[in-house]
Design a protein around this ligand. Sequence first.
Ligand SMILES: [Zn+2]
Length: 342
Amino acid sequence: MAVCWFSLFLCFGFLFGLLECSIGDRDPIYRNCVEQCVEMGNIGTVSIAHCKFPPDGANVNSSWYMQEPLYVQWKHLNCISECRYHCMMQREKEREAQGQSPVKYHGKWPFKRVFVFQEPVSAAFSALNLLMHFIGWLSFFILVHYKLPLRPQSKRTYYEYTGLWHIYGLLSMNAWFWSAIFHTLDFNLTEKFDYSSAVALLGYSVILSTLRVFNVKDEASRVMYAAPILAFVTTHILYLNFYELDYGWNMKVCLVMGFAQLIMWSVWAGITRHPARLKLWTVVFGCALAMLLEIYDFPPYQGYVDAHALWHFSTIPLTYLWWSFIKDDAVYRTSAQIRKLK
Ligand SMILES: [Zn+2]
């Protein structure tokens, strides 16, 4: 459950994150500043080492064997991002002095950097989410494999969803790992890893939710159901990465997958006699509240904490509760199985 919202907003994030034109970067003063900075290699007293190129270096539109070496391209990318950052900070200072409120640049709020961290608070909260998933998954692992009784012959767990939750744990940790990296360093490659992991997690959790809610235990039915969804999600990820990064289409896909899970879990939470249904309700409700943060998008407080960072914070306790529900489910199903066999 927590996952559906989490990934849903990663998808939203991409949409807003990459609308290249924001109010801030349409400002001619800012544009001039970046242009001059790239050319001269400095802004006022700040000198930008990445912008110092050797003379007659650039040959942009020639064939592949005439192109700049990779390190020069890398230097050029760094030069642009450094110039954008310093010009943005300078422009924001001027705007603040005139009593104007912050605006977005290239789809993002003006964040203050800390060392290499572009959005230090969101990155730190993503790392904490990763940690929560690790702790949750580890305690689940210990519970099902060591604390609860195992089937006498096969030594396998009584709980029918053990393997499925293990994969879920790994995919979640992977997604939060890339989220932390993406908030640290935002460029093309980290962004691709970030949304690919989020879409993979979202697609997988559609399968998992359906199997759990409808209590599908038969191996053949599980495969029959999962195969087309897996095929679709894989194709979707390949399409985004290697064919066309269509943000609008990606958001539609994410919305459908996210709401499908949300509806399934909330209807099930309403009718089930499950002993941990209160936890499920809290997660559903908590996610809905957290969603408001993502809709109500405000500029970063003191240049650090914005709505997105708070949203990443709010999923930390929800993740704890979610794994707690999963563990309760394992205990509940195991005892039901044993009772049935007696
Ligand atoms: Zn994020």
